[in-house]
Structures are given as C-alpha cells and as structure tokens.
Ligand binder design. Sequence first.
Ligand code: 2NL
Length: 340
Amino acid sequence: MKEQLKKIESEILEKIPKTKSIQELEDIRVGVLGKKGELKNILKAMGGLSNEERPVIGKMANEIRENIQNALEDAKKKINEEEQLKKLKEEKIDVTIPGNYTASGHRHPLMQVKEQLENLFLSMGFDVIDGPEIDTVENNFDALNAPVDHPSRDKSDTFYFSDDLILRTQTSPVQIRTMKTQKPPIRMVSAGRTFRFDDVDDTHSPMFHQMECLVVDKGVTLANLKDSIDKFVKALFGEDMKTRFRPHNFPFTEPSAEVDVSCLKCMGEGCEACHHTGWSMELLGCGMVHPNVLRNCGIDPEVYSGYAFGMGIDRITMVKHGIHDIRLLFDNDLRFLKQF
Ligand code: 2NL
C-alpha cells in the first residue's frame, strides 16, 4: 500500500506543473482527491491493515493529500499570473480615443427658480408645504374672505369641476389648510401650479406658478412684513436691491400693498426696460392677514396676527432671465430650454 501511495504521489506531482489550464488542474484534483478518486480507493482497503500499520498509512495518506493540494494551489496561482500578464500585453487601452457622449438633462428654468425660492425660505426657518391642485371653493375663495360676487369666482375666470370643486386659482388654499390644522406660530411657504381661465398672450397663460408665504404668531406687525420682504428681495436679487410699497387691495389682507423692486437691468438708474422709472413693477403682492381669514380658520384675531405675500414664479423667472414671452416657458422647445 505504501508503494501504491508513493507512486500516485510522484505521478501526480510530476503531472501538475505541466498543466496549462485551470480546468486541467480541476480534472486532476477530482481524479485523485475526489469522492471516487484514486486516493479514496486505496484508503478503502485500509480496513484490512493491522493495528500497527493503519495509523502509519493514514498519516502518510494525509501528507500526500496535503502535498498534492499545495502543488495544485501553486500551479493555479502560476496559471492565473500568466493569464494576467498575457492580458496586459494583448489589451492595450488607447487613452486618446474620445469617450462616449451622454446627453444629460437639467431642471426646467421655472423649477430652478422654484427650488431656489424654497431653499431660501427653508434656510430662514420656514416650512415648505405642498397641497392639492384641485381644491374646494371654501378653501380657495370663502375662507380667503372673497366676496360672493367677486369676479374671480366667475365660471369665465375659474375652472370648475362642480359647484364646490375647482382648479386652485392661487396657492393660498394650502395656507388655509395649514391654518385650519396647525396652531400658531406658523411660518410657511407653498409653491406650485395655479390655474385661471385666461386667454394666452405673451404675459398670460391659463396655467402658471405661484409662491406664497405666510407667518402667523402673537404680535406680528406690518414692520415685520416690510422687513421680511426687504430681506427676501435682497437675498434673491442682491444686496443693492431696493423695495417700494404701493397701497393695493386684496380681499384676504388688510392693509394690502404691491411691491416693486429696483429695475434689474439698470439697478434703479433708469433705462429703456423700466421706462426710465428705475423700478421693476409688481413683483409681489402682500399684506396683513385679514381678521376674517384668521377667524375662518379657527384662529382668534384678538390674540394672533399675521402677514402674507405672494408672487408669480413665472414672472420672477422672466425678469431674472430677460424672457419677454411666457409661452416660451411652456412650449418645451429644447433649443430654448438648453440655454438655462
Ligand atoms: C400676488 C399676491 C398675495 C396673499 C397672496 C394670503 C394667503 C392667506 C391669507 C392672506 Cl391664507 N394672504 N396670500 C396675500 C397677499 C398677496 O399674492 O400678487 N400673487 C401673485
């Protein structure tokens, strides 16, 4: 038996270094060490050995198995290294060949401005809140103190699904929902699509975008409103910007004002674009939240007060980029969009 084992060992150890592939090595391994391999076959006959011989042969068989395994591992390593070297020699990479061009898209200019505005308010500690584009007449008009005969309620001005369901005409219903469900202090903005039954021209579109800001707390005053708007405009357009408040009228605020900012083209010097006034008109509408609106949302106007302002994202985008036709923002012509 000793001789048989020795013979197998020397044959196999001679064969291994001559192999050329991993598969050949695997065949050898199965042939000698496998379940039905030569070594197993010989060891099966160990039952017939004497008590003195059995451990000697067993030890020898283990050593041979170890030797063969080591030789197989070494050979495998060598073959892998050779293949790696061959690959390195054959596969040269030409780093001067131009790479594949992958066209990457980007945010629509309106969404860029919307996100910039939202991030600005987030950084000032405001909540950014979303709401549905279809809302109730109650949330869009009644709660906002719009008189029952207000022209904006007309079927010719607002898209109605039924007597009490409409496409929101402003983002204020999101503020109404927030005031009805959250206790002051409230500091929030909401931005998104709004809808009005308008004919299309260079400044009008039946679908447009708004952003509104609302603050409700104890002791909020008109001074807070003016200061906030001034800071907001400076953060958005630059420290040199000035604001001008003109009295106005909204059903949901009292007092109300429209805000002009310095003309972006001449920064107030006076130029063609601002008709030599130095002012960019009507960028914002604002005011102190009407006591009726607070009451409609279950907030006591004797305890709390608030301010609100709203702006058209489309208009801000147009002023910012010098775009003169709102339709360009909705045509989705890539030749136009690629410029932003
Ligand atoms: C504009 C003017 C404005 C508001 C929006 C508002 C909302 C609530 C209560 C009171 Cl819930 N006010 N929003 C106030 C003043 C002006 O928007 O020109 N938007 C484009």
